[in-house]
Design a protein around this ligand. Structure first.
Ligand SMILES: [Zn+2]
Length: 265
């Protein structure tokens, strides 16, 4: 089994426009049409068996519809993380509702949602997610949406991990996109933190990626691509090109995600 733990899918009526918009912001091509059916077809072509789809509420009022869509498309081997907006007055109630909907976690994007990860206004959300046992995936490190301000630097993410030991954090992009040395210094090795490997083939080097995986521990690294912004197959080939043991590779490609999602093995 191979699970891609960092996928984006949009409602059919929004997908075309969303991809055009985001592609302009990120100066990035895209490799699916962004819809559910288009993504499932692409994953099949790339020989990926399932994964986790990340949803982001970019406005406070969006969180309900975003989570309803996430719940609607979650089936089979496709699992979804919903989202709350830190400025939504009902963010904590929405977390409870997400749990009831069966969503598997929360995605927060500090750049698109305009917050710093260690801002105390987020702390009630971290507490609630810990109690509900909902892991939180953060975009960490640099982002082309706000290239001059890093909202989730590894050092601040590490403080959150220490302050909220019961919170399971997934620090996307190997703990901090383009902030590899800081990730290694501050965040790698934290017990309650997973890294995903999204975009490593585009932004990282084989040496850095291997070093960070080993320093953090391969039992807490999830294979992810950031599809449609990268092809799952290319990200997988990149991982397979590293001198990892077959056990490490199996853990990263599937077992760690299965344990996180509590799937039977
Ligand atoms: Zn992403």
């Amino acid at each position: 089994m191979i699970f891609d733990a960092h996928i984006h899918i949009f409602p059919d009526r929004l997908a075309g426009k969303a991809l055009e918009n985001l592609s302009g912001i990120c100066h990035s091509p895209y490799f699916t049409d962004g819809t559910l059916s288009g993504t499932l077809d692409a994953l099949k072509d790339w020989e990926i068996d399932g994964g986790i789809c990340m949803h982001i509420a970019t406005k406070p009022k969006q969180q309900t519809s975003v989570n309803n869509f996430a719940a609607e498309i979650q089936k089979g081997n496709l699992f979804c993380f919903g989202s709350v907006h830190p400025d939504a007055p009902d963010a904590l109630e929405e977390l409870q509702r997400m749990k009831e909907l069966g969503l598997k976690g929360v995605k927060l994007h500090p750049d698109y949602q305009d917050f710093f990860v260690n801002d105390p206004k987020l702390f009630p959300i971290y507490d609630a997610a810990s109690s509900l046992e909902l892991p939180i995936t953060f975009h960490t490190g640099w982002d082309p949406y706000s290239p001059d301000v890093v909202h989730a630097p590894p050092e601040e993410m590490a403080k959150v991990a220490d302050e909220f030991p019961r919170l399971t954090i997934i620090a996307a992009h190997l703990g901090g996109l383009n902030r590899w040395d800081e990730t290694e210094q501050y965040l790698a090795g934290k017990e309650n933190v997973y890294f995903d490997t999204a975009m490593c083939s585009r932004y990282g080097t084989p040496e850095q990626t291997l070093r960070l995986i080993r320093k953090h521990g391969s039992s807490r690294v999830l294979f992810g691509s950031d599809c449609p912004w990268s092809k799952s197959s290319e990200e997988k080939n990149f991982l397979e090109s590293l001198p990892l043991t077959s056990g490490e590779l199996e853990a990263i490609l599937y077992q760690n995600a299965a344990e996180l999602l509590r799937l039977s093995r």
